[in-house]
Each structure stands twice: as structure tokens, then as C-alpha cells.
Design a protein around this ligand. Structure first.
Ligand SMILES: *Cc1c(COP(=O)(O)O)cnc(C)c1O
Length: 358
């Protein structure tokens, strides 16, 4: 074939979106100041708006979700402390071991990729003698990225107590700080209908991302009480997160907060449509997505996900493995219904042509 390849459809992540024209207009007109002196009005407005939506007293704007998480760890933990987290937690497997490198904290995995319950947390905390590091921080994540964007259920009345609420309540009653990594909390809110403040109330601090489903170019907001956020601001500066006229990007975050939260339902609907369309292919198992991510474990003859992802990328559908044996597709505001039709056509053709004929 000759000629330029058409622009690829990018389903690698919900971080790949570009600011919309309306968002760029708001950014261009943003009032700014120097955030390191605390006088950028757009940053202040964003922090106040997110704190209010999450029902927390204070908030700090940060360059990334990773920095938000690492500052939460740094405020709560000293060298030699432990963090209880599920094995697939972003903070455990996608942040370059920074909890250990920056704060000297060790992550103790409990439960499975769908979270854990009070039973498992209590068992871990009861081991705290004989050289076991003390659990200073109990880590929650919603939605659960590694588990394909599943919301962590708010309540679980069964004996194991696997709800955010049960875990948060147990941690509080036993003197443990809690952090909720809510990079995709917006998706959990829209998918379940649970108010954001009700989800956020399960933890002392919460981080939310502006650059994933909300489609802003940069940023995360870390929320908590006044004392927590005051200390977080010190670490923000120490880690090089003070970014001057950041009102330019905070304005995009504010715009996204107003206009891009409820529309996440469209991404969720398109994820279900895509899942339904590719489920009949025998090459993978496609569970019903609960939000904007599809995670599909490959089936024989395939041994690992890259065997399917590489040819899909070459054909213009960008995706990559979630884990070694799982293909992941992420829906986001850059993909509309016409794109989705084209994506389905490409996936069906590429995957069928790849399959060794028997
Ligand atoms: C993406 C993500 C982060 C990190 O956010 P960045 O802004 O990419 O650093 C943290 N936690 C979860 C659950 C995420 O999905």
C-alpha cells in the first residue's frame, strides 16, 4: 500500500486526549499569578472547587497523580513504615517503587486485584510484632485500574467487609491513616451514581486526576484536612512541584470539572459497545466493562497480549498490554461513535487474519 497511514485511533490510555478548542480558549484567557507565592487565582479556584466537590476542607494542585500519591505517602510514613495496599495498586506497580525510594515505606500487598476487606487488613495489622513494619497508611483505589476500571464497592455487608466504607471505618477505629487514590474517582462516581463526597468520605486524603477521563492536559488535586494539605504543600515544593503560572493548566482543570464529568457516561457506553463487538472473537475473553476500560485476557493459541497488540498498533488501533497476558483498551473523549465503528472494523479484520487457520 502507498500513501500516508491514516491517523491512528489511540486507545492506549485515557491520558492521550488533547485539550478541546473550548478548553484551549479558557486556558488562553486564564488569570494567573505565581503559585509558589500562593497567588495564582486560577489554581486557588481549582483547589477550592475540587475540595468542595469531594467534601474535604482543603486541596493542593499538583503536576501529576504520581506526585499526589507520593506526597500522601510522604506525609503519613517515615522510613520503616508499611502501607497496606492491594497487589495491583498503581502506587505499588506503576510508580517506580517511589514509596520505598522517597519515603522508605514498604508496601504490604493484601487481597487481590479487586481490593481487599477488613479481614485481610486486620490480619496484617495484627502481625505487627516480631519485626513486622507498622501499617501507618491504608491504601484504597477507585476505580481499580489493574482490575479493568472496576469501581471498588462502597459498601459490602458480608463478613469480609470489602467495601471502601468498611475498610475506611476499620482503619480509623484502629488509628491508621487512609488514602484513596481516586485518579479515576470521577468514573466511579458516574458509573455508580454515588456522590463524590460520599466516596471521598471513606478516606482521610484523596487524590484525583484531571488528565485522565476529564481530558485536561496536566494535573492532579490532593485533598484532605488543613493540616494534611499544609504539610503536602511543603513536600510539593521540596519535590519540585511548584509550577509558577500553573493557572494556565488549572483553568483547563476547572473547565473539565464543569463540562467533562457527566459525559464520562458516554465513554462507559462506548466501552460496553466495543466489548460487545469484540467478545465473539475467540482470541480473548472480554468481560463486561464497568467503566471506560476493557481488559481482555488472551486465549490460545495466543500466549501473551503483545502478540495481538503489536499488529493492532501497526494497523492503526493503538493499545497495549494491561498485564503480560491481557490486552487493554481505554475509551476517552477523543473517541466518538464513528471512530468506534472504524475501530471495530480494524480489530475484527486484524485479529481474524492473524489467527493460524486450523
Ligand atoms: C494514572 C494513575 C495515577 C498516576 O497519575 P499520573 O498523573 O499519570 O501520574 C495514579 N493512580 C492511578 C490509579 C492511576 O490510574
Amino acid at each position: 500500500m502507498t500513501g500516508a497511514m491514516p491517523a491512528p485511533f489511540d486507545l492506549r490510555s485515557d491520558t492521550v486526549t488533547r485539550p478541546t478548542a473550548d478548553m484551549r480558549a479558557v486556558m488562553a484567557a486564564a488569570e494567573v499569578g505565581d503559585d509558589c507565592y500562593g497567588d495564582d487565582p486560577s489554581v486557588r479556584a481549582l483547589e477550592a472547587a475540587v475540595a468542595e466537590r469531594l467534601g474535604k476542607p482543603a486541596a493542593v494542585f499538583l503536576p501529576s497523580g504520581t506526585m499526589s500519591n507520593q506526597i500522601a505517602v510522604r506525609v503519613r510514613c517515615r522510613a520503616g513504615d508499611a502501607i497496606a495496599a492491594h497487589p495491583g495498586a498503581h502506587v505499588r506497580i506503576h510508580e517506580n517503587a517511589s514509596a520505598a525510594a522517597i519515603s522508605g515505606a514498604q508496601i504490604m500487598p493484601i487481597g487481590d486485584r479487586r481490593g481487599y476487606g477488613v479481614d485481610e487488613l486486620a490480619a496484617l495489622c495484627h502481625e505487627e510484632s516480631c519485626g513486622w513494619p507498622p501499617v501507618r497508611l491504608v491504601w484504597l483505589e477507585d476505580t481499580l485500574g489493574d482490575a479493568g476500571g472496576m469501581p471498588w464497592p462502597l459498601r459490602d455487608p458480608s463478613a469480609g467487609g470489602r467495601g471502601l466504607l468498611e475498610v475506611g471505618t476499620w482503619a480509623r477505629a484502629h488509628g491508621r491513616a487512609t488514602h484513596l487514590d481516586g485518579a479515576r474517582l470521577w468514573n466511579a462516581h458516574v458509573a455508580t451514581g454515588t456522590p463524590l463526597a460520599e466516596l471521598a468520605a471513606c478516606a482521610d486524603s484523596v487524590s484525583v486526576s484531571l488528565s485522565k477521563g476529564l481530558g485536561a492536559p496536566v494535573g492532579s488535586v490532593l485533598c484532605g484536612d488543613e493540616a494534611f494539605v499544609a504539610e503536602a504543600r511543603l513536600h510539593k515544593h521540596a519535590l519540585g512541584g511548584g509550577f509558577r503560572q500553573s493557572g494556565i493548566v488549572a483553568a483547563a482543570g476547572l473547565f473539565a470539572l464543569r463540562h467533562h464529568v457527566e459525559r464520562l457516561a458516554e465513554d462507559h457506553a462506548r466501552a460496553r459497545r466495543l466489548a460487545d463487538a469484540i467478545r465473539p472473537l475467540p482470541d480473548w475473553e472480554v468481560p463486561e466493562p464497568s467503566t471506560n476500560l476493557i481488559v481482555a485476557p488472551v486465549r490460545a493459541p495466543w500466549d501473551h497480549a503483545e502478540q495481538l497488540c503489536a499488529p493492532l498498533r501497526a494497523a492503526g488501533v493503538l493499545c497495549h498490554p494491561n498485564t503480560y497476558r491481557e490486552v487493554r483498551f481505554a475509551l476517552h473523549l477523543g473517541i466518538d461513535d464513528a471512530d468506534l465503528d472504524a475501530i471495530v472494523t480494524i480489530i475484527r479484520r486484524v485479529v481474524s487474519e492473524l489467527r493460524p487457520s486450523s
